[in-house]
Design a protein around this ligand. Structure first.
Ligand SMILES: C[S@@+](CC[C@H](N)C(=O)[O-])C[C@H]1O[C@@H](n2cnc3c(N)ncnc32)[C@H](O)[C@@H]1O
Length: 306
């Protein structure tokens, strides 16, 4: 699996945040090629232990190979990090990492259908055992559903126009057909990003229920931590980052409120359960941006359990 090339993002910062130590216990919910996991195991030598999971079977095998030198100190499993609390004892971990989104090999393998830059089937499933593919969504959802999805998950301003054109032209079965259709509606001249970028992002988020998994994964990852343990999350767009910020804000505040709305008179005093490691999100420095342009939208937030 030497061809699984993924450059771990914000690696030094994640290690500085988690401060791995021997006898420490860690969980990585997004193994990918195992870059962060290997660094955690190395830094927690000789006895640190790590549980790792990924929804993607190819990634899992690549990580297993990458981590071979640490055999006996880790356990790996294929699955969604939303299920972490069923696999690792609650309250047992010193650190948990979630490095969201897709890996470079997922993007760069045309058959996975994640990228408008390659021609492949409209697939986009991180876990290929799951049913729903991007082709099914594109060919079966109504124009209204597609428009809502492109607007809400892609922030696409021309969501309704694109959705109507898709419904007119379908069935569509390849990434090239979908990207080409949008290119014909919006000439590319002068644009820095491809006009189908937001549509592809929205479809990927929907196919994999990425935001739903993130909400459940944050709660699961948090429950694994001991007091003093840290949860490190790397996000790649504002929808993800907003969810992480809100999750942390609720735990770090000194009061809670009954009911769905925050009515100041009804607030109940309660000690905060978390503190932020850094007040602001940590972003890649100039050297990392130059070496790995795919890191450009990464933001790291770290919460410590009190
Ligand atoms: C950015 S890559 C992680 C790279 C990894 N940290 C490394 O150093 O190589 C994201 C990985 O997370 C996986 N992933 C995304 N969402 C997931 C979820 N809800 N549950 C499990 N794995 C997920 C993807 O399949 C992908 O392999």
């Amino acid at each position: 699996m030497a061809s699984f090339l993924h450059q771990p993002v914000l690696l030094a910062e994640v290690i500085a945040a988690l401060r791995p130590r021997t006898n420490g216990r860690y969980a990585d919910g997004t193994l990918g090629g195992g870059g962060h996991a290997a660094a955690i195991l190395k830094a927690s030598s000789p006895n640190g232990w790590l549980f790792g999971c990924d929804r993607d079977g190819v990634a899992l095998e690549a990580a297993r190979e990458r981590l071979a030198e640490f055999t006996g100190r880790f356990e790996l499993r294929r699955g969604n990090f939303a299920e972490l609390a069923g696999w690792v004892p609650v309250g047992s971990c010193d650190g948990v990492v979630l490095d969201l989104g897709v890996s470079s090999p997922q993007l760069d393998t045309p058959e996975r259908g994640f990228s408008h830059q390659h021609d492949g089937p409209l697939d986009m499933r991180m876990d290929e055992r799951q049913g729903l593919t991007a082709a099914e969504l594109v060919n079966q959802a109504s124009a209204e559903e597609l428009a809502r999805l492109f607007a809400e998950l892609g922030g696409e301003r021309q969501a309704r126009r694109f959705a109507r054109a898709i419904v007119r032209e379908r069935p569509l079965s390849t990434t090239r057909q979908l990207a080409g259709l949008i290119e014909r509606l919006v000439p590319r001249a002068g644009r820095r990003t491809h006009p189908a970028t937001k549509v592809f992002q929205a479809l990927r988020l929907a196919v994999n229920d990425e935001l739903g998994s993130l909400k459940r994964g944050l709660a699961a990852g948090w429950s694994l931590l001991k007091p003093g343990g840290r949860l490190a999350v790397i996000t790649f767009h504002s929808l993800e980052d907003r969810i992480v910020k809100q999750f942390g804000r609720d735990l770090a505040r000194e009061y809670t409120f009954p009911g769905p709305v925050d009515v100041p008179e009804l607030r109940q005093p309660r000690p905060p359960e978390a503190r932020w490691w850094q007040r602001k999100a940590v972003v890649p420095g100039a050297a990392e941006l130059a070496a790995n342009p795919r890191s450009r939208s990464a933001q790291l937030r770290v919460l410590e359990k009190i």
